[in-house]
Design a protein around this ligand. Structure first.
Ligand SMILES: *Cc1c(COP(=O)(O)O)cnc(C)c1O
Length: 257
């Protein structure tokens, strides 16, 4: 099963390269068969769900389109994908504006600079990368009161990596309480980006700790339904540990530059 997961990535990377090795004439739209990749990925997700004894399609798939052209988002949309993830505020604004009429649920998943919160408050349906009270306050204040509340997840630095964003597990409850009291935000759960482990079994451990943290919050009275965890290389491990949302880019759109 884990080899299937890896196979998806390999295939996606093969599709990314033009068969002749030369750049394609329309290099704004590289030779990636997005529909095929999505189809294969959904099959692999179903297999992971089955292994986890969970119903098929119970994991929400976010197609992470950061750095990829608008045409690739449109193609994925045509192939039935509706949730998209972006990491860079300006690129996100451009795509969301261009596709304002499309039936897309937009997820902002990248590091947030405070001077970009207005863009995110305006265009996002979800934000997965909240790790500071100040950001949450700004997003809540800048969200149009007539719009539905912004769905948010707290990002946890599950492996205590200095290079990564996110709060430590012992800070989660405090931030969660503050966010839960904000009018224009709706706290949905937790997100993490663990350090890669070589062994797929060992990869489950950080995801397990995030799930336990969510369970603890719910035991304290929160009603959180979202565990945003798992990317191209580790989504099976995440699903086995209860991911409700996976964020996958490379296996759909090919490697990024
Ligand atoms: C880029 C990114 C992803 C997707 O990573 P892939 O390895 O391309 O699947 C997922 N989550 C976050 C937060 C990201 O920044």
């Amino acid at each position: 099963m884990n080899s299937d997961c890896h196979q998806t990535i390999t295939l996606a990377q093969q599709f990314w390269q033009h068969p002749t090795g030369k750049p394609h004439e329309h290099d704004h739209m590289p030779q990636v068969d997005i529909c095929e990749n999505l189809h294969r990925l959904r099959e692999n997700l179903h297999q992971c769900e089955q292994r986890a004894a969970r119903p098929p399609a119970s994991t929400k798939l976010i197609a992470v389109s950061k750095t990829k052209p608008l045409a690739m988002v449109q193609r994925a949309l045509e192939c039935g994908q509706s949730d998209f993830g972006e990491s860079y505020a300006q690129e996100f604004e451009h795509k969301a504006q261009s596709l304002a009429e499309a039936p897309i649920t937009w997820h902002f998943i990248g590091p947030i600079q405070s001077n970009k919160t207005r863009i995110i408050a305006t265009w996002a349906d979800w934000v997965h990368s909240i790790d500071r009270l100040k950001l949450a306050r700004r997003l809540s204040a800048q969200r149009d009161p007539n719009a539905p509340p912004l769905n948010v997840c707290i990002q946890v630095n599950i492996d205590h990596e200095p290079s990564k964003a996110g709060v430590e597990l012992n800070e989660v409850t405090h931030l969660a309480r503050e966010i839960a009291a904000m009018d224009q935000l709706r706290l949905r759960g937790l997100m993490c980006l663990p350090r890669p482990r070589k062994d797929p079994q060992a990869q489950r451990e950080p995801f397990e700790r995030l799930r336990q943290a969510l369970d603890q919050l719910n035991a304290q009275g929160f009603q959180l339904d979202t565990l945003s965890m798992g990317m191209s290389r580790d989504y099976c491990a995440a699903i086995l540990e209860g991911a409700t949302v996976v964020r996958i880019g490379t296996a759909i759109f090919g490697a990024r530059q």
